[in-house]
Design a protein around this ligand. Structure first.
Ligand code: GTP
Ligand code: MG
Length: 649
């Protein structure tokens, strides 16, 4: 509890935040003003920082509260307050704290910076950045695109005017953005004779509203921005109020978790292959957005679920001899080599085993803010970018639309107009790895691109079930229940001089798939490899005997289950260390994704046979029909070598 009249929050701090958007880790830089006392350093080493947004109905006193906070925490440039007061006197204008903020904004040129929308100060506990949103559209835009991030909010309500429509709308906006640390300031208490009844009645009314939208306010504080009551010092005018001041309330907000203490996430930026001078390193590079990673950590790549261990940490330039490479932490750009050569690509999200894992889904419940001139509509394809991954996306359903200008809500909207905020469902073409915004904002936020421009952005509220969720759950349970052999995968690989793999020969009808597959099988067998040819028909009439296969309709209906069983059979062969050469007609990318979901850590080589490419599958090689089978075989052999599936010798 703070003592009335005390000056606990001494120390000037006006700092400049450097590009918060780039890493969301603030680079707060001290700009000492006049070298006054201990505060003249910005407290650069006090690393805890909290971003606070201040919202409320027009004229309810946001700027005044901020100005007063700066003044009462001794955060203003020396003589500034006096200077503005004198200026007001000279021009016969009543003094306003809002002028103070304007004046500070104007002083950028003189090296004292208060960002147009951000004000900086510190208490004994931590640094604060107050985001005085010029308008809630700007604020929503900044929050959603990641330009700024608010950890907590101050919501100002004028004691005389009481709860206004905007007070409610702003409350709703905060809840939508997942800002749950909120203090409600009932301001201008001086105008209602510091009446406890007025305060209590506003408190009750607003609390009821917050409860109705599922929010809890941490505290309500009766204040007078103008007089400074309960801003940084407890007010003698309101002895009936036993709670904290505004500053005390801010300090009492629990600290946000440090990015390094959060689960590790690294969106893969690129995979660099080194081939010169016998260097065969593959370096997986990216920015570690949260957490820490080190050599020996088991890492998992999403959405595939492929997993391996970090072998080395690569930095550029390489550390000098004898110098430690250290442990990369949130915010660092890093490169790793892995114990196993996995097929990892830009867009994958790397996480660390044993920590909370990202989610994978194709359907997302999001809160989206639209900026495009043309409305966002259903049945149109957009691109969704999250981290380094980019997937095609459609607007599936609009649950609720809020006009960001008026914050009016519409539940039957057919499209999302400019500056609308929508709670909606997006459907991605491929599984996407992400986090919920409330868990990890860095990987829980996306932008929507159309025509190479950012048209909107949003935060992910929930991952919804899709048609592969059933599969992923089955695979997860299978993996958990798996009876492990005492032999390691590496031991089998060494024994057979090969890496277990699935060679999938697919293509148009009559394109010699089976002939090619059998030729590959015979060749590998003669080389002493452990290999087996499996036609999908062999699964269809055996393992799948209980599934209807009588006509093409029921076969199509059961296609996914057929493929799942086929892939599970393949999984057994592969676990035994075998190269499985399988054939199936005209597989699509979706089929391959399904198979890959079941074989997450396995290499699948796809060979397309036939003159026409009639599917969207991404094939590793294409073999035209009509050519001698030996040509096809040579291609497959080369691929097996290139991919390190058969070892020389
Ligand atoms: P906008 O930025 O325009 O939305 O307004 P705001 O919320 O920032 O309000 P501002 O701080 O500009 O205050 C609006 C008016 O209310 C000004 O004339 C202030 O002097 C006055 N005001 C603010 N706080 C108090 C207070 O505690 N008591 C009294 N009597 N007047 C106040
Ligand atoms: Mg203002």
């Amino acid at each position: 509890m703070m003592m009335a009249g005390s000056k606990r929050y001494a120390g000037m701090v006006i700092c400049r935040a450097l590009d918060l958007s780039s890493s969301q880790r603030s680079g707060t830089v001290a700009i000492p003003l006049s070298g006054r006392g201990p505060g003249s350093s910005c407290g650069f080493f006090m690393n805890e920082q909290m971003n606070i947004v201040i919202v409320g109905h027009v004229d309810h006193g946001k700027s005044t509260v901020i100005g007063r906070l700066l003044a009462d925490t001794d955060s203003l440039p020396h003589g500034k307050l006096q200077q503005i007061r004198e200026l007001c006197e000279r021009t016969s204008k009543p003094f306003e704290y809002a002028f103070l903020l304007d004046a500070l904004k104007d002083e950028k040129a003189q090296g004292i910076t208060i960002d147009s929308a951000r004000v900086f100060f510190k208490s004994a506990n931590r640094h604060y950045i107050i985001i005085d949103a010029p308008g809630h559209i700007e604020f929503l835009k900044n929050m959603i695109t990641g330009a700024s991030r608010a950890d907590a909010a101050l919501l100002v309500i004028d004691a005389r005017e009481g709860v206004q429509e905007n007070s409610r709308r702003h409350g709703y906006m905060l809840s939508m953005l997942g800002i749950d640390r909120v203090a409600v300031l009932v301001n201008k208490m001086d105008l209602v004779d510091y009446s406890r009844e007025v305060f209590e009645s506003i408190r009750r009314e607003y609390l009821d509203f917050l409860n109705s939208i599922g929010m809890e306010a941490d505290s309500f504080v009766p204040v007078s921005g103008i007089k400074g009551d309960n801003i940084a010092v407890s007010s003698p005018q309101m002895p009936w109020f036993a709670g904290e001041t505004v500053l005390g309330t801010l300090d009492a907000f629990s600290a946000k978790e440090k990015d390094t203490a959060l689960p590790a996430r690294m969106p893969v930026q690129d995979v660099y292959k080194f081939t010169r001078f016998g260097d065969d390193r593959r370096i997986v590079a990216g920015n570690l957005t949260t957490g820490r990673l080190g050599v020996g950590d088991r890492v998992i790549f999403y959405p595939s679920g492929k997993s391996t261990t970090i072998k080395t940490i690569e930095t550029f330039p390489p550390p000098a001899e004898g110098e430690q490479k250290g442990t990369p932490a949130a915010g660092d750009a890093v490169g790793f080599t892995l114990d196993e050569q996995l097929y990892v690509a830009r867009g994958d999200l790397m996480a660390k085993a044993g920590e909370v894992q990202p989610k994978v889904a194709t359907r997302l419940k999001v809160c989206l803010f639209w900026l495009g001139r043309k409305s966002m509509v259903k049945k149109k394809e957009y691109a969704l970018r999250i981290g380094t991954s980019k997937v095609k996306v459609n607007l599936e359903q609009i649950d609720r639309l809020i006009d960001a200008a008026t914050l009016d809500s519409n539940e039957e909207a057919g499209q999302i107009g400019r500056h609308d905020v929508a709670e909606c469902i997006l459907r991605c073409e491929q599984p996407l790895a992400f986090d919920l915004n409330c868990d990890l904002p860095e990987t829980g936020r996306f932008v929507i691109i159309d025509d190479y421009e950012i048209r909107g952005g949003g935060i992910i509220l929930e991952g919804l079930a899709d048609d592969q969720s059933w599969l992923r759950n089955k695979v997860l349970i299978r993996n958990i229940k798996w009876e492990k052999s005492s032999l390691l995968r590496e031991e089998r690989a060494e024994h057979y001089s090969q890496k277990a793999s699935l060679v999938l020969v697919t293509g148009t009808k009559d394109s010699s798939k089976k002939e090619l597959a059998k030729k590959v099988e015979a060749h590998l067998f003669n080389q002493g490899r452990f290999v087996y040819y499996l036609g999908i028909g062999s699964v269809l009439y055996g393992v799948d005997a209980d599934l209807k296969t009588i006509d093409s309709d029921s076969r199509a209906q059961n296609r996914k289950e057929h493929l799942r069983r086929f892939a599970e059979v393949a999984h057994l062969f592969l676990d035994a260390g075998m190269i499985l050469v399988a054939t199936a007609i005209e597989l699509t990318q979706q089929d391959l994704d399904l198979i890959q979901t079941i074989l997450p850590n396995q290499k699948i080589l796809v060979i397309w046979t036939g003159d026409e490419i009639t599917s969207d599958i991404a094939a590793d090689a294409r073999i035209r029909s009509g050519l001698p089978l030996d040509n096809g075989l040579a291609k497959v052999k080369a691929l097996l070598q290139e991919n390190g599936i058969v070892f020389k010798g």
